[in-house]
Design a binder for this molecule. Structure first.
Ligand code: ADP
Length: 256
């Protein structure tokens, strides 16, 4: 623990300033260590869960799988699913680390916004086919941005909209051109976010009330990645939400 702070007696201005700068650096270093520590323990925790599930299924296969085809098939299915979860977690951690090191490069190209949204919606419908998703977007609208990153960003927001609504979920995706920007608004009629949690939902590993999220899975990294991608593009992300009524995420990015 860095608990030593400089204190200067007397009234030497230069020295006092120097001490203040030094103490400020210590504060920031301490804060950094604290966050780094919390980050590592969160990562370890998030990896331990899928790992123990993998272990469980491996044991199951070992004991019963050789003689029982059903057990074998079910276990292999579950192993694949967990493996994918871990892959997503690692991809996301790498992306955040690259963002921190300023080594995450963006590769801008002109692409059609409607086509990208339609693609994501098609993928989402495979899993959430009972929910209603509508798109309002000019079919000719193009932006100059990193298509893969914007796809990841919209997928995160849409997945959340789907995860945090009931079976009668209705999701409206609308795209507007405002000056030199394009705004993509994803609105759901889901469980909403309590006002007091809103300032923190973009923080790494932050999840609103773990109990309420138990069945939905998730690691609390999605929105921190979303924010990183938006910032890399020089855009912004805003949220409006009302408990038990729904949430609205508005992403603004420059068209060129
Ligand atoms: P998670 O993996 O938990 O979904 P995120 O970073 O994507 O992590 O989101 C952080 C938290 O914000 C979620 O745990 C959830 O409580 C809340 N949240 C995000 N999107 C929505 C939404 N559309 N409706 C309600 N709550 C949401």
């Amino acid at each position: 623990k860095l608990n030593k702070r400089l204190s200067i007696s007397g009234n030497n201005d230069e020295l006092s300033k120097l001490a203040a700068t030094f103490n400020d650096m210590l504060d920031r270093l301490e804060d950094y260590f604290k966050r780094q520590n919390a980050f590592i323990s969160n990562v370890s925790h998030e990896l331990r869960t899928p790992l123990s599930i993998l272990k469980g299924y491996i044991e199951l296969i070992d004991r019963w799988g050789k003689d029982n085809k059903d057990v074998l098939e079910e276990s292999i299915g579950a192993l694949k699913k967990e493996e994918q979860e871990m892959e997503i977690l690692i991809e996301r951690l790498l992306m955040l680390a690259r963002g921190d090191n300023k080594t995450l490069n963006i590769n801008k190209k002109l692409f059609n916004v409607y086509e990208l949204i339609a693609e994501i919606v098609r993928d989402a419908k495979v899993i959430f086919n009972e929910k209603n998703i509508e798109i309002f977007c000019d079919k000719n609208l193009e932006v100059n941005a990193d298509r893969n990153l914007i796809k990841e960003l919209l997928r995160i927001i849409l997945d959340n909209a789907l995860k945090y609504t009931d079976v009668d979920g209705y999701i409206k995706i609308s795209v507007e051109e405002v000056d030199k920007n394009v705004a993509i608004i994803i609105k759901d009629n889901g469980i909403g976010i309590p006002q007091e949690d809103i300032p923190y939902i973009f923080d790494r590993f932050y999840r609103v009330d773990k109990a309420r999220n138990k069945e939905t899975g998730g690691m609390g990294l999605g929105l921190s990645i979303a924010k990183l991608i938006v910032e890399l593009h020089g855009g912004s992300i805003e949220v409006r939400s009302k408990l038990n009524e729904g949430s609205e995420f508005k992403i603004t990015i420059p068209k060129v």
